[in-house]
Write a protein that binds this ligand. Structure first.
Ligand SMILES: Nc1ncnc2c1ncn2[C@@H]1O[C@H](COP(=O)(O)OP(=O)(O)OC[C@H]2O[C@@H]([n+]3cccc(C(=O)O)c3)[C@H](O)[C@@H]2O)[C@@H](O)[C@H]1O
Ligand SMILES: Nc1ncnc2c1ncn2[C@@H]1O[C@H](COP(=O)(O)OP(=O)(O)OP(=O)(O)O)[C@@H](O)[C@H]1O
Ligand SMILES: [Mg+2]
Length: 292
């Protein structure tokens, strides 16, 4: 086995990509997971932003099925779908189609533009300077993602809810999310899925074809509205999925993915702390020796 093959296998295992896949089984397993989290924690709501993309369409429908499952078991539970546009969203019709499909108990709409723009204006007024307009637009994009996180956590705080994230293996491997923005969540039901497997779940759940097949966009940059993820990444999701599922990919693609995975390691972890001081390790060792 080559080094690259064993590295790929290790990454797929770390991201929980299964070798076998059955859409119906995966739906059931993930609905049960969400319903159990509600019952076990005693919390009473799931909260998730619905963008009109396939990830939140899929996760949103799983959430609605999960709260219905929890209610059937006698547990009070509600799914709050959040529309979180930045001003007027160009593909608002897709977001509305997603909501029509998900049939959430409740929809809350919060425009993240005023808060996102106010944060940027205050930073500039405080003297923060950007390299150029493109850098400012990129940083502003991450502010928008974090405003969505703030809105969802406010609802979760008020309603006793869990914030649901849409991260999955094809996004995690490249670290293509905003740290503490869309990367922040209490539960991540799509974990381990490649993008084509997310689409397979969406299809099996009965989502409209235009959402199942929709091209992924983070849609964070005002200077490049609706910019496709694949253009930003310089990789296609087919390539990413093939890599994760152990199908053949060109060596340069595999090398690029391994490099991205390593460079974004910090985004999949808790904040980095200083190494443990030796003195406390010695104390731990003494305690272990006494207990042993
Ligand atoms: N080695 C390291 N150890 C610890 N921290 C490290 C680090 N390298 C950078 N950092 C820090 O990490 C932070 C940067 O991370 P972050 O703020 O996330 O910013 P960054 O990764 O630069 O940008 C987020 C990327 O995710 C994309 N995105 C965002 C949201 C949604 C989606 C989507 O697909 O829908 C995609 C977005 O388009 C953009 O390309 C900085 O503070 C940086 O200094
Ligand atoms: N305009 C928005 N309104 C509500 N939630 C949003 C919006 N944009 C992003 N989000 C939230 O951030 C998450 C991450 O965005 P991301 O683009 O990765 O997923 P998606 O839009 O659902 O699917 P895709 O990746 O295929 O575009 C979304 O799943 C959603 O929960
Ligand atoms: Mg999107």
């Amino acid at each position: 086995m080559t080094d690259l093959t064993s590295t790929r296998q290790r990454i797929a295992a770390e991201l929980q990509v299964a070798s076998a896949f059955d859409a119906e089984e995966e739906i059931e397993r993930r609905v049960v997971f969400l319903a159990d989290r509600l019952v076990d924690t005693g919390l009473t709501a799931l909260v998730l932003g619905i963008s009109g993309g396939v990830d939140s369409t899929t996760a949103g429908r799983l959430c609605q099925l999960a709260v219905e499952r929890a209610r059937d078991a006698g547990h009070e539970a509600v799914f709050v779908a959040m529309r979180l546009p930045y001003g007027v969203q160009a593909d608002e019709h897709d977001a509305q189609a997603a909501l029509a499909f998900i049939q959430p108990d409740r929809v809350l709409t919060v425009d993240v533009k005023p808060a996102s723009d106010a944060a940027l204006d205050a930073l500039v007024a405080a003297g923060l300077a950007f390299r150029d307009a493109a850098q400012q637009d990129f940083v502003h994009g991450n502010v928008k993602a974090r405003q969505r996180m703030i809105a969802q956590y406010a609802v979760a705080g008020a309603m006793g809810g869990l914030v649901v994230g849409t991260d999955h293996a094809a996004e995690a491997v490249t670290g293509f999310f905003t740290k503490h923005g869309d990367g922040a969540a209490d539960v991540v039901p799509l974990t381990g899925l490649t993008k084509r497997r997310v689409r397979a779940l969406a299809q099996a759940l009965g989502a409209p074809a235009e959402l199942v097949d929709k091209a992924p966009t983070a849609d964070l940059e005002s200077l490049a509205p609706g910019r496709l993820d694949e253009d930003s990444l310089g990789l296609t999701y087919e390539q990413i999925d093939d890599f994760l599922e152990g199908r053949p990919v060109p060596a340069d693609v595999a090398e690029a993915l391994v490099a991205r995975y390593r460079a974004t390691d910090h985004k999949r972890r808790l904040p980095i702390a200083p190494p443990e001081p030796l003195v406390s390790r010695d104390a731990d060792d003494r305690l272990t020796a006494r207990q042993g």
